[in-house]
Write a protein that binds this ligand. Sequence first.
Ligand code: SF4
Ligand code: F3S
Length: 104
Amino acid sequence: TYIVTDNCIKCKYTDCVEVCPVDCFYEGENMLVIHPDECIDCGVCEPECPADAIRPDTEPGLDKWLQLNTEYASKWPNLTQKREELPEAKEFDGVENKFDAYFS
Ligand code: SF4
Ligand code: F3S
C-alpha cells in the first residue's frame, strides 16, 4: 500500500485524490490519509503530490504513518475531488516533523 506522510500536514494540496482509481483518500482538517486496505498499490498518486508526501509503506521507518493512515481512514470522510490547498501550504511545505509540532 501507499501511505500519506508528514509533509502533507498543513499543505493538503489534494492533487492526489484526482488520480486515485479506487478513491481511497480520506480527509482530516490538516492532512489526508490513504486507506491501506483499499489502496491497490498502483503508485499513480506518488508523483502527483507537490509536497512529495506519498510513500510506499515498504520504505523503512514508516510504521507510525501506516498506523496513522489505517486509524484515520476509518474515521475521516472520503475525498475524491481536488480542492484548494490550505492557505498556509507554501509556508509549511518542507518543514520537518510537522506531526510532532502540530498534530499530536
Ligand atoms: Fe490510490 Fe494508487 Fe495511490 Fe493507492 S497508490 S492511493 S490506489 S492512486
Ligand atoms: Fe497531501 Fe500531497 Fe495529497 S500534500 S493532500 S498527499 S497531494
